[in-house]
Each structure stands twice: as C-alpha cells, then as structure tokens.
Design a protein around this ligand. Sequence first.
Ligand code: KG4
Ligand code: ZN
Length: 317
Amino acid sequence: MVILAIETSCDETSIAVLADGKVLSNVISSQIAEHTKFGGVVPELASRLHLKNLSYVLSQALHNAKIAITDINYIAYTATPGLIGALHIGKVAAETLSTYLEIPLLPLNHLSGHIYGAAIDQQFEFPLLALLVSGGHTQLILMTRHLKFEILGSTLDDAVGECYDKVARMLGLSYPGGPVIDQLAQTGNPDRYQLPLPLNDKSYNFSFSGLKSAAANLLTKIRNRGEELAINDFCATFQKVCVDTLMQKLTMAIKEYQPKMVVLAGGVSANQSLRKAFLGLESLGVKAVVPKLEYCTDNGAMIGRLGYQEILNNNNK
Ligand code: KG4
Ligand code: ZN
C-alpha cells in the first residue's frame, strides 16, 4: 500500500512516500530563510512559496522513492490546523492528484500527524501519553488505543515554541528562536539568572506567556543595571524552566495514568535538553520515545504514517 503525503500547513513544503508504513522518501523544502528576514512566518509569503515549490518537491519525492506516480494508492494531506492559504495549496494539490489518479483522499490533522511521527520507527504501546510541543500548540494527550486522543491539558495562552520564538526576538536572535536558544543554552549556566516555573499547580495545563513576560522583565533589569547580558546563561536559564515545567506536568500524568509508553512530538521535540530529560523518564518504568530529528519539525512522513494508521483502522472495522 503506497501513500503519498502532503504537508503545507506552515513554512515547510513537504511530500513523503510511504509503502506499508515505511518511509521511502521524505522531501522537506524549508522556507525559513525567506521568513527570517521578517522575524516570523508571513502567511501570504508562505502560500506563495508552497505554490512555487510544490511541483519540484513532488517530483523529488517520487524520484527518491523510486516509484511512478501511478504506483500510488492513497493521497494524504494536512487539512487542519494551519495557515489557511498554506493549507489550501496542499489541499488543491492533493485533490488534483486524487482525481487524476482515481484514488482515495485522506484529509488529516496536523497535530495527530506530529504524534504519529513517533510511530514511524517505533510501535506504539497503550496506554500512551504524548507531549505535543510545537510553535502553535502545547498539549498533554492520553491515548488508550490508536487514533483515540484525549487531551488532558493544554496551554492556556502561548505555546512553548511560540515562547521560544518571542524570547529569541527580545534577545535579538534570528527566527525561529527555538534552535538558536537551544544551541546557546548548551554552554550556559542555568543557575546564573532566576525565572519562575509557570503554572506550578496540580492541573495538566501549561502557561508560557507569564514566562515570556518574566524573561522580558529580567532582561530589562539586567540592561537597567548596566550589566552585560550573559546570553548563554540567560538561554540556559530559560530553557531549564521550559523543560522543567513540561517534565513536571508529564511526571504527574505518568503517576496518575501509568502509561506503557510516553511519546514526544512537535517541533520543540528537536530540543536537546528536552530530549535528554524525556529519555530520563525511563527511570519511572515507562518506555520513552523521541522521534528522529527529521520527523520533529513539520514533514510529510508523519502525515503519511498517520494516514497509514487510518487505513489500517478502517480495514479492521
Ligand atoms: O511543529 P513545528 O515545526 O511547527 C508548528 O506546527 O508549529 O514547530 C515549530 C516550532 C518553532 O516555534 C521553533 O522555534 C520550535 O518549534 N523549535 C524548537 C527547536 N527546534 C524547533 N524549539 C526549541 N528547541 C529546538 N531545538
Ligand atoms: Zn507542526
């Protein structure tokens, strides 16, 4: 069963080909360099770049997978959530291919796709807890079987990736801020500065806008004191608070729900300190899965793997 999967929800144009759930190709054309000039994603520009790059990405994906377009059995694509113009380009391409090839179309959810990015190299075991951390979402999700998602908690305001991007902007770092802060944090002292742990309560919700404001206030204080900012230490302090707050809520949920597996998903799952802390959860007797880096930020393979699961579930009904 061959699936061609299209992802165009934000600033990556990506197409993957999967055969029986195995990734044959996963071509990702990142628009980051174009958006960096504006300090963030410009929706109209994203749509135009998807339009410009899609046919090249498609031919590369088919070429790398060494298959002909007529070998494809299903077309999967990201239907929601995302930038509306960007999603629209993927939808039109998917519908055109499905009509031309006379094969079924699978409109899929981007967030579920991120979770299934972790199922590409690993078989899910249930109950499973997923920590979804991206530029737009921060959620703790319980799965008792395939494709059944129960949201235990979400961010009440900013997503963790969004908070990284905004704090990076305050520091004069380039977009997207997550990877830059992550890199600087690796050689910083996380105890040099003080930032509060956000929403340190018994709920499974998160809040990152308070942390963003606390980071802005700290930065102003340092500048007002005429001190030189130790940027690596600042990034390390910020990163430690982000990781600690995510781990604190996840650990609480592990104790309550006793999952067999915990899965990290979304763009922020590329974060080095978060990956390390996440793998450390194995000491609680749970299997911890972090996706390969190419399946962390937006990519077609995760959408294809989700599509494969939908087909398997429908065939077993
Ligand atoms: O999942 P994704 O590619 O797009 C959305 O669906 O939002 O996530 C993008 C987010 C951005 O906020 C980016 O700064 C963040 O993921 N990110 C990271 C790292 N790599 C990407 N955040 C922290 N550390 C990283 N290494
Ligand atoms: Zn995403």
